[in-house]
Design a protein around this ligand. Structure first.
Ligand code: V07
Length: 249
C-alpha cells in the first residue's frame, strides 16, 4: 500500500498520521447527569470538544475527520432532546465557521436528508458552500446516518441500474458498492483508518460498517465533553504503534 499521509512529531516521536479518523462521541448525557445538569448541557459542552478535536486533527494533518453527530436511531430519544440536537448544527456553524475558514477546513455531510428540519439542512448547506474551496482537512458530519440503511440504499440504486441496463450484474464488485455509499463524497479517503469511541463503550453502533473493515479501534474512558486534543494525540500515538497487515502476514 502507498502511504501518502504526513509524518508529524508528537512528543518527539515520528508518527504516521491516519488519513481518515472517525469518532463516536459518546457520554454527553452522562457527563451532564454526573454534574446534576440537564442532558443538553452535555451536548453543549460536547460541541466545544468537537471544536478542540477538529483543530488538533487539522494541525496533525488528518485528511478527513468524520464525527457521528446524529444516528438514524437517535429519533427515538425524547422529542425535546431531538429538537435541541437539531439546533446544534445551526449553533455550531454560527460560532465556528470563521475558525474553520481560518484553518482551511472544508465541511461535508453524510447521511439521510429526510426528516431533518429545513433550517438545519440550510445551516449545513451554507457551511458546505462557504467552505467548499478550502483545501485542508474535511470535517465530515455523519448526520441522520445509519450504516445498514446506507448499504440498503446503495443496493437499491445498483439493482435499479442493473434493471435499466446501466450496469451488468457481473460488474457489481466492491468498487461499485463503494461508489454508491455516502462516503463517495470523501474519495479517496472512504476507508476509516482509525476509529475512536469515547465513554468506555466498545461497540460500532451501526457506524460506517463497510468503511471500518480494516480500521484500528481506540477506546477512551473519558466522556466526550472531557475529550481534547491531547487525548486525540494519544490515540494517534497508539495507532502508530500498531502493525497494519491488511490480512497479510
Ligand atoms: C452535536 C455535540 C457533539 C457531541 C455529540 C452530541 C451533541 C456538532 C454537530 C453538527 C452536526 C452537523 C453539522 C455541524 C455540526 C452536532 C448534533 C449533536 C446532532 F453539519 N455537534 N453536534 N450535531 N453534539
Amino acid at each position: 500500500m502507498v502511504c501518502l499521509t504526513p509524518v508529524v512529531m508528537i512528543e518527539n516521536e515520528k508518527i504516521n498520521i491516519p488519513a481518515h479518523v472517525a469518532m463516536i462521541m459518546d457520554g454527553n448525557g452522562r457527563w451532564a447527569e454526573q454534574k446534576g445538569k440537564a442532558r443538553k448541557f452535555g451536548h453543549e459542552e460536547g460541541m466545544e470538544a468537537v471544536r478542540r478535536v477538529t483543530m488538533r486533527a487539522s494541525e496533525r494533518g488528518v485528511k478527513v475527520l468524520t464525527l457521528y453527530a446524529f444516528s438514524t436511531e437517535n429519533w427515538k430519544r425524547p422529542p425535546q432532546e431531538v429538537h435541541f440536537l437539531m439546533q446544534l448544527p445551526i449553533r455550531f456553524f454560527d460560532r465556528f465557521v470563521p475558525e474553520l475558514q481560518e484553518k482551511n477546513v472544508k465541511v461535508n455531510m453524510i447521511g439521510f436528508e429526510e426528516k431533518v428540519p429545513s433550517s438545519t439542512k440550510k445551516a449545513i448547506q451554507n457551511a458546505m458552500d462557504e467552505t467548499k474551496d478550502n483545501t485542508g482537512m474535511i470535517l465530515n458530519f455523519a448526520f441522520n446516518y445509519g450504516s445498514r440503511a446506507e448499504i440498503v440504499k446503495a443496493t437499491q440504486t445498483i439493482c435499479q441500474k442493473a434493471i435499466d441496463g446501466q450496469i451488468n450484474v457481473k460488474d457489481i464488485d466492491e468498487k461499485a458498492i463503494e461508489t454508491h455509499l455516502f462516503t463517495e463524497s470523501i474519495t479517496p479517503y472512504q476507508d476509516v483508518d482509525l476509529l475512536i469511541r469515547s465513554s468506555g463503550e466498545q461497540r460500532l453502533s451501526n457506524f460506517l460498517l463497510w468503511q471500518n473493515a480494516y480500521s484500528e479501534f481506540y477506546f477512551s474512558d473519558l466522556l466526550w465533553p472531557d475529550f481534547n486534543g491531547d487525548v486525540l494525540d494519544e490515540a494517534l500515538l497508539s495507532y502508530k504503534n500498531r502493525q497494519r497487515r491488511y490480512g497479510a502476514v
